[in-house]
Ligand binder design. Structure first.
Ligand code: G6P
Length: 642
């Protein structure tokens, strides 16, 4: 069943503790952004694990590895590079094991080398682990173990954990107890999966700060750091809580705390299917996700928008309605694209709800000791719901007494579970590292929130109804832009060789200019800058020359004439102008070298439509330049490092 909002999730689990909002003191922040897959069952493990890693590769792709528990001991294969390289190296023909674990890594500690890739084994070579997170006291443990004669082959903190488990095993002769002893000794965070040739019927997983999901199939279990690796096998999953572990045998799965107190792992049903994490005929996930936007935008509004009443129903906010109604200020937090959504949300919220809004980089927020009171409502915006900076900022806001909300995509993610209430954006899985549909769905959720708050305050039914009606028609307008993508593609071909690019907009279109520049930077590696158009003359215009395209977002709104003046200023310095303009604006053709037309809508919603050609432009330019669109260099989808 598709969960409509945060609180339905809580209802669904009845009296279980597993998905209640959890207190911040229990939340730790993982520090490595990697993917984990573990398998125990009747099938051949290696292929299944490597396929799972392919699904998780968007979480990190600088090295990968797999270990299987064969009749004659552990088979370990690991290498620098992508999962495809690992796939080439694995000797599938020789492998029989039905138990194993694998890992795909985004390096934080130690360079992405073969030695640093996971799995890591203990000194006996009989115990292997894959690990997400960071062992804070790894140096102290390493020196203690070194003194006892243990050796280390990598620069990673994860290997220290593997060796420590091995050391405890020598004494305890029991894998579960050895894992428990080691995990109790370490400080820091982990998502852990472990196998051993000592026992071919046990897979141990554990979590503190880094997500672990266990898929329950027919006589088989697939554990992973993210449900994308599980969905093709089963929809029934258990989410491990922080400080929980699971001892998984072919005959059953037991969850318990790391201190060995049994817990009730509640089974949840995943609410998406395998098609949604496949490319479905598109050349890239990013393009597929761009094209999904008419649907994803509609899904964000489904069951929430009441056009006639000019109002919005947000079930996930029911329990905090009074807090929101009386909020003196809203603070929006996010990173990257989510921060841009926050900036765009500020315009909608201030315009419709007339509540002061501040938008903060989550990564900066807590370090300036922000002044927050119980009258503030702090809203974290996050696609993954796992971003470390956003979680840390939320924790700070909670500590200072604010009501904390989430605008989150991934159901059951840490941010979703840590907030007092929230609005799921229901965009479905987003695999492309450059965020597209999640951004427009975040804008949809923020527009709904603005309308909801507006109607609580001064917005009339008539005004509300007009905005709701305009929102209702956004998906078909997005579809119209997508149907004309060919024109964006030819513009992209023309400008693909540029070394520098400006994205300029005013008012509510400024955040979208920032987002357009970010998309281009991320996937084409072109130096792109977003600016408020009127700021150009205060400095950046010095960079304009006849090789530098300047893309202006210039819909017919109250700032139209002023933006035209800004265009003239750039034109006068020889800049090449691309315009994103409202349908029917013929005047703009006299000023711009290239024009992309978008359908007209209310000015506060225009940024949503302006986003689509910017995504397409970045995509087609990247394709033209031959970059890896879905896995751009140096990036990861979900950044769980601070
Ligand atoms: C990473 C991603 C960005 C994303 C940001 C915030 O940097 O590469 O695309 O916008 O994290 O992620 P979140 O999951 O919190 O929205």
């Amino acid at each position: 069943m598709r969960s409509k909002d945060f609180f339905q999730i809580i209802k669904k689990i009845g009296n279980s503790t597993s998905l209640r909002p959890i207190k911040f003191k229990n939340i730790l922040i993982g520090r490595a952004m990697c993917g984990i897959v573990g398998y125990i069952g009747a099938k051949s493990a290696a292929g299944l694990i490597v396929n799972g890693l392919k699904r998780l590769e968007y979480r990190g792709y600088d090295s990968a590895g797999v270990v299987t528990v064969e009749d004659d001991g552990l088979y370990v294969e690991k290498c620098e590079g992508k999962v495809a390289e690992l796939d080439r190296r694995v000797k599938y023909g020789e492998l029989r094991a039905t138990l194993g674990v694998g890992h795909t890594r985004w390096a934080t500690h130690g360079a992405p080398t073969d030695a640093n890739a996971h799995p890591h084994t203990d000194n006996s070579g009989a115990i292997a682990i894959v690990h997400n997170g960071i062992i804070e006291n790894h140096a102290a443990i390493k020196s203690k173990l070194s003194e006892k004669g243990y050796i280390f082959r990598s620069e990673t903190d994860s290997e220290v954990l593997a060796v420590l488990i091995g050391c405890h095993y020598e004494r305890l002769r029991n894998l579960e107890e050895a894992a428990r002893a080691a995990l109790s000794e370490i400080e820091g965070t982990f998502g852990l999966a472990m196998v051993s040739s000592h026992d071919r019927d046990i897979l141990i997983v554990a979590r503190r700060g880094s997500p672990i999901v266990i898929g329950m199939g027919e006589g088989e279990y697939i554990a992973a750091s993210d449900a994308s690796a599980i969905i093709q096998h089963t929809r029934q999953v258990i989410y491990l809580e922080d400080n929980e572990m699971a001892v998984i045998r072919r005959g059953g799965c037991l969850t318990k705390t790391i201190q060995n107190v049994a817990t009730k792992g509640k089974i949840h049903e995943l609410d998406y299917d395998v098609e949604s994490i496949e490319k479905g005929g598109f050349a890239h996930f990013m393009l597929k996700e761009i094209y999904e936007q008419p649907t994803s935008f509609r899904d964000a509004m489904r069951g929430r928008l009441m056009v006639e009443d000019g109002n919005v129903k947000l079930g996930g906010l029911r329990l905090v309605e009074d807090k929101i109604r009386n909020a003196k200020r809203l603070i929006l937090l996010g990173c990257g694209t989510a921060w841009h959504a926050g900036l765009a949300g500020e315009y909608m919220l201030e315009r419709l709800a007339k509540i002061p809004v501040e938008v903060e980089y989550a990564s900066e927020f807590r370090y300036r000791n922000p002044i927050i009171s119980a009258d503030d409502v702090v809203i974290a915006i996050s696609q993954s719901g796992e971003t470390a900076d956003t979680l840390a900022a939320l924790r700070e806001a909670k500590l200072k007494g604010a009501t904390i909300l989430g605008v989150v995509n991934v159901v059951g993610s840490t941010i979703a579970r840590s907030t007092d209430a929230g609005v799921y954006i229901h965009a479905g899985p987003e695999i492309g590292v450059a965020s597209t549909k999640a951004f427009t769905s975040q804008l949809a959720a923020l527009a709904l929130l603005a309308l909801y708050l507006g109607r609580m305050h001064s917005l009339s039914q008539l005004e509300g109804s007009m905005i709701a009606e305009a929102l209702r028609t956004i998906p078909e307008k997005i579809q119209f832009i997508l149907d004309h993508a060919e024109s964006v593609r030819s513009i992209a071909q023309e400008y693909a060789k540029a070394d520098n690019f400006f994205f300029l907009g005013r008012g509510a279109n400024f955040p979208v200019a920032l987002e357009g520049a970010l998309k281009l930077k991320e996937i084409s590696y072109i130096n792109a800058q977003g600016y408020p158009a009127a700021e150009m003359k205060h400095g950046p215009i010095a960079l304009i020359d006849d090789k530098t395209p300047a893309l202006f977002i210039v819909p017919k709104d109250e700032l139209y004439e002023k933006t035209l003046s800004n265009i003239e200023e750039v034109r006068a310095r020889g800049g090449r102008i691309i315009a994103i303009a409202g349908e029917g604006d013929t005047h703009i053709q006299k000023l711009a070298e290239s024009v992309i037309y978008i359908p007209n809508t209310l000015p506060i919603l225009q940024p949503i439509l302006a986003t689509i050609p910017l995504q397409l432009l970045a995509y087609y330019i990247a394709v033209e330049r031959g970059t890896n669109v879905d896995m751009p260099r140096n990036l990861a989808k979900s950044v769980t490092v601070e």
